[in-house]
Design a protein around this ligand. Structure first.
Ligand SMILES: Nc1ncnc2c1ncn2[C@@H]1O[C@H](COP(=O)(O)OP(=O)(O)OP(=O)(O)O)[C@@H](O)[C@H]1O
Ligand SMILES: [Mg+2]
Length: 456
């Protein structure tokens, strides 16, 4: 039976946690403050520590951090879960940097608390003295089946998302285009207690300033001229589940303020209605921009940055982990064998070796697309290096020669609209990339989308 030490000066918390542990077959003991805690830790072997950072009247948390350091120097590998109050999130982040494995905010949900306790105990048991987990060990604890990779830096990022999946902490995923940010976000949700609740994706790069509120908060019928019927916003859809804010760095400053308000208060007003709605959501965001620089340049609000960036995860680019290329290629080939009912497809070793030397600016998405294209175009079972080099040279944006429509068949506006739709489609609704390909600024592209009534 695992033995837990609860360090908290609040008797009510000691009692309620003590009861929760007892009901779930954990043994527990409580300590009022640092002195008692340290002497108990010297005398008894505990498996886990629950440490309240805001104990005593003083709320800066200094004392909690000091105690955390003392515990870590006495027992470097003991797993620690922090308890913090809402609003003292910086403290939790500092604590995680000092080696706490997770944190819980007050007031907590017992089910979440227990999941965090179980995951933390399991992780620390697996980590043993080494302090890190192998891919195999991670796969025993979490479901990462869609995420292929064994490179140490990649496995480290998996370990981080596994560790924080069960907590309520907001996670910000950084990574170049095509590195798997969306897959990571899904993995966090699918390994959390919210896994059977909604996972709502929002591409912030695809929402124009004027539509931000109605898209995110919803509107009631008649809220504005075009509001012919009422509409549920994304936050409400995500209630009790997770919301994935993709392309966070594309959000303009006025929408940033509106987003910050919801994230701070967990409540918002539906457009046209004066009633405030509360939501229970877990926030996961992603960006391929350097938000630190954007904060320094005044393009991204610092307060919002801290709000979404409790835990940050950096997905390494593919060129830094060429060792994963054979695994990834194999993974994609296996899927394609099924899709195209060509069970004998194989990629030759020289082709794989060649792929390991490329720089992959489009990362895994580019690799996946290349493999698929070559398999389709070559139509052979054994695919050789030449098949790849031929296809690669012809470039990823290979298009058939398109001619300009006949005079009189289309107006200039129609041509423009079609081109905008085509570019958006090609770049999966990524506004920045579509705008760039059209030689427009993002704002100019938005204006055209509004003009032509194109929504994403
Ligand atoms: N580790 C991985 N294992 C297997 N497939 C992966 C992995 N990472 C990414 N992929 C695949 O690569 C493609 C791109 O992934 P994803 O859309 O998650 O990237 P992204 O970082 O969100 O890209 P973007 O910045 O362009 O939005 C998807 O088809 C995804 O399934
Ligand atoms: Mg993405």
């Amino acid at each position: 039976m695992a033995k837990v030490l609860i360090i908290d000066d609040d008797f009510a918390i000691q009692a309620s946690l003590g009861l929760l542990f007892k009901q779930n077959e954990f043994e527990s003991a409580s300590a009022q403050g640092p002195v008692a805690a340290m002497s108990m830790l010297r005398e008894t072997n505990f498996d886990l520590i629950i440490l309240d950072m805001n104990f005593t009247m003083e709320t800066s948390g200094e004392e909690g951090l000091k105690l955390l350091k003392e515990i870590k120097s006495l027992l470097p590998t003991i797993p620690i879960i922090l308890i913090t109050a809402w609003g003292s999130i910086e403290l939790a982040v500092q604590g995680m940097k000092l080696g706490a494995l997770d944190f819980i905010t007050k007031p907590w949900n017992n089910e979440h608390f227990l999941q965090s306790v179980r995951t933390t105990l399991h992780l620390s048991e697996q980590m043993g003295k080494k302090g890190t987990l192998s891919r195999k060990q991670l796969d025993e604890i979490f479901d990462f089946s869609d995420l292929v990779g064994r490179d140490p830096a990649f496995v480290k990022t998996l370990e981080t998302i596994g560790r924080v999946a069960s907590s309520e902490a907001s996670v910000l995923i950084f990574g170049e285009s095509g590195t798997g940010k969306e897959l990571f976000a899904e993995a966090i949700h699918n390994n959390s207690v919210r896994k059977n609740q909604p996972f709502v994706k929002v591409n912030l790069g695809g929402i124009s300033t004027s539509l931000f509120e109605s898209e995110m908060f919803g509107h009631i019928k008649g809220a504005f001229t075009d509001a012919k019927s009422s509409r549920i916003g994304r936050f409400e859809m995500a209630h009790t589940g997770s919301i994935f804010l993709d392309e966070l760095g594309e959000l303009d400053l006025s929408s940033q303020v509106k987003l910050l308000r919801v994230l701070q208060d967990r409540s918002f007003e539906v457009l046209g209605s004066s009633k405030t709605r509360s939501v229970d959501i877990r926030v996961i965001s992603a960006t391929n921009r350097n938000l630190n620089n954007m904060v320094a340049e005044g393009e991204f609000r610092e307060d919002l940055f801290y709000r979404v960036n409790l835990i940050s995860v950096q997905i390494p680019p593919l060129r830094d982990r060429p060792g994963d290329i054979p695994l990834l290629v194999n993974h994609f080939v296996e899927k394609l064998r099924k899709t195209y009912k060509r069970p004998r497809i194989q990629i030759s070793n020289p082709a794989i070796e060649w792929m390991k030397r490329l720089s992959w600016p489009g990362n895994i998405r580019e690799l996946k697309n290349l493999v698929e294209r070559v398999i389709l175009v070559s139509n052979k079972d054994i695919i050789k290096l030449e098949d790849f080099t031929d296809e690669y040279k012809s470039g990823p944006q290979k298009t058939s020669k398109t001619s300009i429509p006949e005079v009189g068949s289309m107006t200039l506006d129609e041509v423009e609209k079609n081109m905008v739709v085509k570019a958006l489609d090609h770049y999966n609704n990524n506004i920045s990339k579509a705008a760039k390909s059209l030689g427009l600024s993002r704002a100019a592209l938005y204006r055209r989308m509004e003009k032509f009534g194109i929504t994403l």
